[in-house]
Structure formats: structure tokens, C-alpha cells
Design a protein around this ligand. Structure first.
Ligand SMILES: NC(=O)c1ccc[n+]([C@@H]2O[C@H](COP(=O)([O-])OP(=O)(O)OC[C@H]3O[C@@H](n4cnc5c(N)ncnc54)[C@H](OP(=O)(O)O)[C@@H]3O)[C@@H](O)[C@H]2O)c1
Length: 249
């Protein structure tokens, strides 16, 4: 319950799916959490269900002014930020890389790469300003680790996140700021519906998964809580793969 006592976190993409599960687990372990997503209705509903430990701020993480307002709003509400979970991402294009249109390319990189970086930078500036340690957690994907036919553009953005994780961890380690990534395998959420609702595709994935099922958001959340907590005080620059053993198959 008190693993995260006195810690304040921002979780992006917290109105459903993996981000919601992470926000709930952080609060259950004693953190105060600012929840971010674009559409206020679902976001406010999740925050309300968590009580005073949660505070919703609507923000598009690809827009610099909204990212600045998110971090400033979190500091104004809870006094500080110690933990950032960059989780909000998009995947507007499913198909061969050769056929991608620039609009889908730009949107993918705006949210998944620039969005993660802008939000990290805003939180890191705050941490450096108060000479405080902190933990930045990037929700990446197993597709950032391997070839990913039909998901190549999204996979490139996730590989960029893993690179960002390593370099930021090297640059910020001396200041006590840890930066790690989680690479989930397939998880039942709205985001993954195109894959989970296709029975043949889902069977293929389950067959290759050592634990013989796809993930659910609560499979991912405890890893974020661990990375947010001081239990992972000597862990930085790493990618923790949470995929039921899919990538070793
Ligand atoms: N599900 C999987 O199989 C899987 C596997 C590996 C990795 N992941 C990663 O896990 C993370 C979460 O995915 P999920 O499956 O939980 O997705 P999800 O259920 O679709 O939830 C996405 C969340 O992000 C928010 N969001 C989307 N675009 C945003 C933006 N531009 N600015 C702010 N918030 C935004 C959404 O709310 P609004 O629409 O209101 O903004 C929502 O809260 C992503 O980084 C994804 O790449 C997922």
C-alpha cells in the first residue's frame, strides 16, 4: 500500500487500457496520480473513481503547449512530480511500410516519439530544478525489438522510444533520474482490437506465447509500479519485456 508514499506521478493515456491499469495500481500503492488523455469524459470518470489521489488533466501529448500545461497543472495540484509514465500512443496505419502515407507517418512520430520526449523533457526540467531524483517510464512495445511486418512504422516509433530510454538514462543517471521502458506483448485493449478480434491472428500469437494467452492491462501495471518505486533504485536504461514469453518463441 505504501510503496509509493509521497510520490506524485503523471500517467498519459490513463483513460483506458494499459494507462488506466497503471494509474489504478500506482494509486493502490500509495501514489498521487495526474491522469492525462485527450477526451475529458472517460478521463474524468476514471479519476473520479480513484478519489482525491487522482487528478485529471486533458492533454494531447503531441502538442507542446498542452504538454507544458499538463506538467504545470500537475505541479500546481500536487506540488511536484516524481514519476512520469509515458504511455499514450497511436497506431493509425496498419500495412506494408512501403505504402504508408506521410500523414499517418507524421501522426505516429508526433505522438509516440516527440510526445514521449516532450513530456519527458518537461518533467526532467522540473526534477532538475528541484534537484530531485525521479523515474521516467516509457511504455514501448515488443514490436520495437523485432521485425514487425504490417506494423513497421509504429514499430520504428517504439524502437526510437527504446533508444531514447537508453540515452536519457545515460545523460540523466548522474542526476539520480532513472529512465526505463516496458515492452508489452499483445494486450487486450481497444488499441489492439484489430489483432485480438481476428481469431486466426490471435491464435497465431497465443500459440507462440509461452503462457498460452494474450495479456490484459493488469499484467503490465505492476511492472510500472515497480519501476516507479525505490525497489528499482539501481535499475536504469533497461527494457523490461512483459509478453508472456512471446519474444522467446
Ligand atoms: N494493447 C497492446 O497490445 C499493446 C502492446 C504493446 C504496447 N502497447 C502500448 O501500450 C500503450 C497503451 O496502449 P493501450 O493498448 O492501453 O491503448 P488504448 O486502450 O487505446 O488507450 C490509449 C490511451 O491513450 C490516450 N491517447 C491516445 N492518443 C493520445 C494523445 N495524442 N494524447 C494524449 N492521450 C492520448 C487515449 O485517450 P484519448 O483517446 O482520450 O486521448 C487512451 O487513454 C501504448 O503506448 C501502446 O503502444 C500496447
Amino acid at each position: 500500500m505504501n510503496r509509493l508514499e509521497d510520490k506524485v506521478a503523471i500517467v498519459t493515456g490513463a483513460s483506458r487500457g494499459i494507462g488506466e491499469a497503471i494509474a489504478r495500481d500506482l494509486v493502490a500503492n500509495g501514489a498521487k496520480v495526474v491522469l492525462a488523455a485527450r477526451k475529458p469524459e472517460a478521463l474524468h470518470a476514471v479519476a473520479a473513481s480513484l478519489g482525491d489521489a487522482a487528478h485529471p488533466i486533458a492533454a494531447h501529448v503531441g502538442k507542446e503547449d498542452q504538454v507544458e500545461a499538463l506538467v504545470e497543472g500537475a505541479i500546481a495540484h500536487f506540488g511536484k512530480v516524481d514519476v512520469l509514465v509515458n504511455n499514450a500512443a497511436t497506431n493509425p496505419y496498419f500495412g506494408p511500410m512501403m505504402n504508408v502515407e506521410w500523414g499517418a507517418w507524421d501522426k505516429t512520430f508526433e505522438v509516440n516519439v516527440k510526445g514521449y520526449f516532450m513530456t519527458s523533457r518537461a518533467v526532467v526540467r522540473h526534477l532538475l530544478g528541484r534537484k530531485s531524483p525521479g523515474s521516467i517510464i516509457h511504455v514501448a512495445s515488443v514490436v520495437g525489438l523485432i521485425a514487425a511486418p504490417l506494423q513497421g512504422v509504429y514499430a520504428m516509433s517504439k524502437a526510437a522510444v527504446l533508444s531514447m530510454t537508453r540515452t536519457l538514462s545515460a545523460e540523466l543517471g548522474p542526476r539520480g533520474i532513472r529512465v526505463n521502458a516496458i515492452a508489452p506483448g499483445l494486450v487486450e485493449t481497444r488499441f489492439a482490437q484489430a489483432l485480438t478480434s481476428n481469431a486466426a491472428l490471435k491464435k497465431q500469437i497465443v500459440d507462440r506465447t509461452m503462457l498460452k494467452r494474450v495479456g490484459v492491462p493488469s499484467d503490465i501495471a505492476p511492472t510500472a509500479t515497480f519501476l516507479a518505486s525505490d525497489e528499482s533504485a539501481y535499475l536504469t536504461g533497461q527494457t523490461l519485456t512483459v509478453d508472456g514469453g512471446w519474444t522467446i518463441g
